[in-house]
Design a protein around this ligand. Structure first.
Ligand SMILES: [Zn+2]
Length: 253
């Protein structure tokens, strides 16, 4: 990875290099149906980030660093009672992000891309707070699984541990997927029509909506589908990195 991945980089790689940005994959530690690892959201956001940083380097000779994936996500009731599911509070996530921004900022790196892999995470408010505290530091938040509409790639509608995540895991880490264990990911929508229509939001109680913790059927997943989707996502992400690093955000009034 040419010293662009902190899990394998050594100081010898980094000491004489100019890094223009950093990428922070952010996942969760939570059950993913019966067949995907607890750290699925970390693996996926991490591998997608790696590919995108490498593509940006090949495309524009711009170096970025992929930071270690953060394994602590915001969890729903009914999910956080399950063994080893770990809920991170807003304050915990904000403290982690603040320490990372503080470190990078003092090291002269002032652009950070959060590549979120967990639907329960939300960073907008803490990014606004950090924009006050670090006015010269830019944070961009992206959710890798929302960058490309999944409809052209997958047969089943997916929310959690379904065809999308399973296929992309089968592409990157087939050794960690045992599809024969997978439940059907059948889920129960809200009984209240206004909630189904999105008039208001409240966290779903996971134990009331899914038996196997999955939401969406993973059984038509393939590594080929995952590869095609990851390719499209990492194209877009690398384009984002190159554009933001090489140009001004605004053209001027
Ligand atoms: Zn997930």
């Amino acid at each position: 990875m040419n010293g662009m991945d902190i899990l394998s980089a050594v100081y010898n790689d980094t000491k004489d290099q100019t890094y223009r940005y950093a990428v922070l994959p952010w996942g969760a530690t939570e059950p993913h149906n019966y067949h995907l690892p607890y750290l699925t959201d970390c693996y996926l956001s991490y591998y997608v980030s790696l590919d995108a940083v490498e593509k940006a380097y090949k495309r524009a000779d711009i170096k970025g660093m992929v930071l270690p994936p953060v394994p602590f996500g915001s969890q729903n009731p009914g999910q956080f009672d399950l063994p080893f599911c770990i809920h991170a509070r807003y304050e915990t996530q904000k403290a982690i992000l603040t320490d990372i921004v503080s470190a990078l900022n003092s090291q002269g790196i002032n652009k950070l891309f959060i590549v979120n892999g967990h639907g329960g995470n939300s960073f907008k408010n803490m990014i606004r707070d950090l924009a006050l505290d670090y006015p010269d530091f830019l944070i961009f938040s992206t959710e890798w699984f929302k960058i490309i509409p999944p409809g052209d790639f997958f047969e089943e509608v997916d929310d959690h541990a379904g065809e999308l995540e399973t296929s992309v895991m089968m592409h990157y880490r087939p050794d960690l997927v045992n599809l024969s264990l997978a439940g059907d990911g059948k889920y129960m929508p809200f009984n209240i029509k206004s909630l189904r229509d999105g008039v208001a939001w409240t966290p779903r109680d996971w134990s009331k909506v899914s038996v196997d913790t999955g939401i969406g059927d993973p059984r038509k997943s393939t590594a080929i589908k995952g590869e095609k989707y990851a390719e499209a996502v990492t194209d877009k992400l690398s384009e984002l990195f190159v554009e933001v690093v090489s140009d001004n955000l605004y053209s001027g009034l």
